[in-house]
Design a protein around this ligand. Structure first.
Ligand code: SAM
Length: 297
């Protein structure tokens, strides 16, 4: 009978032959294969190496075949196939109402945004702007348990998923969903920490993306003006919305260069991220107001 180890080798070969793209929460074909096999067998993701010698249950084989068809033929990301995604140690419900959670901001939040946010006085009001399924705001709520956290998105379907994740991952009633266009509905000076992961893929880049991205909502990926239209709007309005001690953490990924070209007089600082990744800026309220006053934003 085939062991888990045999099954792992077979699944890795199948994923390699299909040339799947690993960029949706799993960094390698090995990690995807492990997740698919354990998912098919209904086992938790944390396992000992002893499992490799155990027989792979025949009852799990049919489910594994279905998962492999979805992954290799239909190019569905593993997290959508399994209905859940891990990010920075938390497991979220995941489906095509929102992107597969994978923002590198998660790991910065887990460290309390140190050194960008002081350890002594936690933020009181946090917004996860463009929250999708709510992963970043929920990780922020775990890192700053005394804060009120708002998960904000324009898309009601994404917010329904975010609400499910609040119910799954948050025990205290400190996290709420809000439907809004960016920061438009927020009062001046009302927010200490904004974590913003807006869509930032340009129209030209959309056509170049691997087929896995076609399963994600287009409105969660694509933005106008070479991908930076929403990011520029966030920078401008955050100057108004942040409190005096406020901080904006803004992800624009591979559109960082386009943002610098769009705002040539704004000296954005790109964060050295704890678990890798790039294109995340940290900007204080004071810097934003100074740039705004100088007419650079
Ligand atoms: C990159 S995804 C965010 C993913 C999320 N941070 C996560 O980790 O799952 C961008 C999100 O921005 C939302 N969005 C797009 N346009 C928006 C707008 N004008 N105002 C607010 N949210 C918007 C989309 O619905 C989508 O959920």
């Amino acid at each position: 009978m085939e062991t888990f180890g045999d099954t792992l080798s077979r699944v890795m070969k199948r994923l390699s032959a299909a040339d799947v793209f690993c960029g949706h929460g799993y960094e390698s074909i090995h990690d995807e294969a492990v997740a698919l096999i354990l998912g098919a067998a209904g086992l938790p993701q944390e396992q000992s190496y002893d499992l490799l010698a155990a027989p792979f249950p025949p009852s799990a084989q049919r489910r594994l075949d279905g998962l492999l068809h979805g992954r290799c033929e239909d190019r569905v990301p593993v997290a959508y196939l399994l209905g859940e995604a891990w990010l920075a140690g938390t497991c979220f419900t995941c489906d095509d109402r929102a992107l597969v959670p994978r923002s590198p901001i998660a790991h910065l939040l887990r460290e309390g945004c140190w050194p960008w946010w002081p350890k002594t006085a936690p933020p009181e009001i946090i917004i996860d702007l463009c929250c999708g399924g709510g992963s970043l705001g929920i990780i922020a709520a775990h890192a700053f348990p005394s804060a009120a956290v708002f998960l904000s998105d324009i898309d009601q379907r994404a917010l329904a998923l975010a609400q499910e994740n609040i119910e799954r991952c948050v025990t205290e009633g400190t996290v709420r969903c809000v439907q809004a266009h960016l920061l438009a509905s927020l009062a001046s000076g009302s927010v200490d920490l904004i974590v913003a992961n807006p869509p930032y893929v340009s129209g030209a880049e959309m056509g170049q993306l691997p087929p896995e991205y076609a399963h994600e909502p287009r409105g969660a990926l694509q933005a106008d003006e070479e991908g930076v239209a929403l990011a520029v709007e966030v920078l401008k309005d955050a100057a108004r919305v942040l409190s005096d001690r406020g901080l904006l953490i803004l992800e624009v990924g591979e559109s960082a260069e386009a943002l610098e070209q769009r705002l040539p007089s704004v000296p954005l600082i790109w964060v050295d991220l704890p678990a890798g990744g790039s294109g995340v800026a940290a900007v204080s309220a004071q810097e934003l107001r100074d740039w705004s006053a100088a007419g650079n934003l």
